[in-house]
Design a protein around this ligand. Sequence first.
Ligand SMILES: [Zn+2]
Length: 321
Amino acid sequence: MIHRPRRLRRTDAIRSLVRETRLAPENFVLPLFVCPGTGVRREISSMPGVFNLSIDETTKEVAAAYDAGVRGIILFGLPETKDPVASGAYAEDGIVQRAIRAVRQSTPQMIIMADTCLCEYTSHGHCGVVREGEVINDESLELLAQTALSQAAAGADIVAPSAMMDGQVGAIREVLDREGFENTAILAYAVKYASGFYGPFREAAQSAPEFGDRRAYQMDPPNVREAMREADLDYSEGADMLMVKPATVYLDVLSMVRERFDIPIAAYHVSGEYALIKAAAQKGWIDEERVMMETLTSIKRAGADIILTYYAREAIKALTK
Ligand SMILES: [Zn+2]
């Protein structure tokens, strides 16, 4: 007798019956870039279909996304002005804080996440306080905690610290609890690599560092045992969910984090991963929908419960058609 796995691949219906991994609209979180002004809807050249949106346009975008089936967004901000201590990151009337309030009002059911970092708001473009060319960890923690607190106060359901400062999750949890935001959840960018795949995002968020790079705080791509240590630390500091970023070139890491932790795991399908598919599709070299779905499925199969992706709406459309 020969074994015949092909029996279960014969028809669409049978393949669907035995399918092991299924994407669902609830899996996706849509990142949005909020900028100053009104009526602004500026496409990011390296990320076709992704825009810098003023707050009024953001609320429209969020309402449309909700109608399309998106249940979660994550907000990034482009402030009017930047300074060395990232004042715009934790200002009560900061760009993201105002956007959170506006979205909370216009689409109250949407899950609102806020990226908690300083690099979009610092004049030097680094994720923390800089002194003599170095990012100072513990001083940065205070500013990150203030940022998270202001985002929670504005109405964010989830804050997502992404600076890769040691102790950031603990510092944020402590301030949130002390100030009465014990129900605000933390999605920790626990394993964030110093990756070349962030290139298009830097155009989108205008956050390229003025000098040097982020290798002194983001993780070195060849390391995986260190990733487990980073995830352990964030878990023990009180993270409710752990993220791996980028996604597709770190599926092995994602899968190891999945096996090791029982809390929800997220993966960020980053700007460069999105741009690669878009560019090849625009050249007619690949079938965009097919490659998009195959890519997102691989991220879920590797262990992600939650996928942050610029493809959120298109993926839901493909799932529900
Ligand atoms: Zn940052």
